[in-house]
Write a protein that binds this ligand. Structure first.
Ligand SMILES: Cc1cc2nc3c(=O)[nH]c(=O)nc-3n(C[C@H](O)[C@H](O)[C@H](O)COP(=O)(O)O)c2cc1C
Length: 367
């Protein structure tokens, strides 16, 4: 637990510094911030100014797919767990009544077809176990995605007891592993943020050792990763990276909408980061054997199919599913994404999503 005087980092999606960790609910400012995130992240003007790059990638079109659509297989194994489709509902916030509802809708949507979902913010859950109901439904009734990852931030993992707390979080949620988010730009722009990243790579390596054999996945939050970051993470022993590239939700812009001071800083980062396509390619080149989840700005099942053909093991979506969950259409929209993935796989000539490869890309799109 935090010692008195500890500077608690990671204000992003977790409690603000100075929160009384023995108390029940989080401070109103925390709840307000989370509600703000949900509200602002749904706005059209918080999307990256530069696209993902995936529009330039084309899958082949086979007028003779040579099999029935119904015979196309989508099931896959991710981090040792069998999923109905290679899809991840990217981590989204918990911690307020609204977030609880959104999380429950997303968890339900992930459970029925059987796709993966990280749960955030696990850190807040550990400090305020009462929040568990905002991140999962009541015991017995709760939807449990087949692959569930506890999600916390870089700033928390680098604390002296970070890896041990990570293990406790995984246990609290009954999760299958840990997902750690890296969000330097957001921490730097957010007024409450704490951009302290010294020792994060070492702490991730320690968390890998503490949690083994459960996997640790490291993700960005929409600015992508450089190949050198991926190489460092591979050396740290992570089970997968989720590049969460630029082209979708831009968390500098979200923070800029929340606070006027942050707005002045944020605008310059409207096109910052590694576009999702470039981040995926860089990750594959930097660590050829490491599973790479592609996310950041993915819009539909065709985008997911393109990423799989480029070597990703799964595709992740946040914003699209947040908007769907807010309209209580998460099941429907996720179902549509899955069906789009099936049709794209079929029409590109692959027997299944797991078989999508460079040979299914139209000329000009090289992995
Ligand atoms: C409302 C909201 C809350 C989020 N909360 C978290 C979080 O708690 N942890 C995390 O790792 N990422 C979080 N993210 C980032 C997403 O997981 C994702 O990486 C990012 O939004 C880029 O994907 P997108 O372009 O599909 O939205 C959040 C995103 C949204 C929209």
């Amino acid at each position: 637990m935090a010692r008195p005087g500890d500077h608690v980092a990671g204000a992003t999606w977790g409690p603000a510094s100075g929160v009384d960790r023995t108390a029940g609910p989080p401070s109103p400012s925390l709840s307000e911030r989370k509600a703000d995130h949900l509200q602002h992240a749904a706005r059209p003007d918080v999307v990256h100014a530069r696209p993902t790059g995936l529009a330039a990638v084309r899958l082949r079109h086979r007028a003779l797919p040579q099999r029935d659509l119904a015979d196309v297989r989508l099931d896959t194994e991710l981090l040792g767990v069998r999923l109905h489709a290679p899809l991840v509902i990217s981590a989204m916030t918990g911690g307020t009544g609204t977030a609880g509802e959104v999380n429950e809708r997303l968890a339900r949507a992930a459970t029925h077809p059987g796709v993966a979902m990280p749960r955030g913010p696990a850190r807040a859950l550990l400090d305020h176990p009462g929040l568990l109901r905002t991140s999962r439904a009541a015991p017995g009734t709760e939807a449990r995605p087949p692959l569930l990852l506890a999600n916390l931030g870089a700033a928390q993992i680098r604390r002296p007891d970070g890896p041990q707390r990570a293990a406790a979080l995984v246990e609290l949620l009954g999760a299958d592993g840990l997902s750690v988010h890296l969000n330097p730009i957001q921490e730097a722009v957010q007024p409450e943020g704490e951009p302290r990243f010294a020792g994060v790579a070492e702490a991730i390596a320690e968390a890998v050792a503490v949690l083994a054999p459960l996997p640790v996945v490291v993700k960005e939050v929409g600015f992508g990763m450089d190949g050198e970051d991926v190489a460092l993470l591979a050396r740290a022993g992570v089970g997968a990276v989720d590049v969460a590239g630029a082209g979708g939700t831009n968390w500098a812009l979200v923070e800029g909408r929340r606070a006027s001071g942050a707005g002045d800083l944020a605008g310059a980062f409207a096109s910052w980061g590694v576009a999702t396509l470039d981040a995926l390619r860089a990750a594959r080149a930097a660590a050829p054997g490491l599973p790479v989840i592609a996310s950041g700005g993915l819009q539909d099942g065709v985008d997911v199919a393109k990423c799989l053909a480029l070597g990703a093991c799964a595709g992740g979506l946040a914003r699209v599913l947040l908007l769907a969950a807010q309209a209580d259409r998460a099941d429907e929209v996720l179902g549509t994404v899955i069906e789009q993935l099936r049709i794209a796989t079929w029409a590109a000539g692959a027997p299944g999503a797991g078989a999508l490869a460079t040979e299914h890309l139209a000329d000009g799109a090289h992995a």
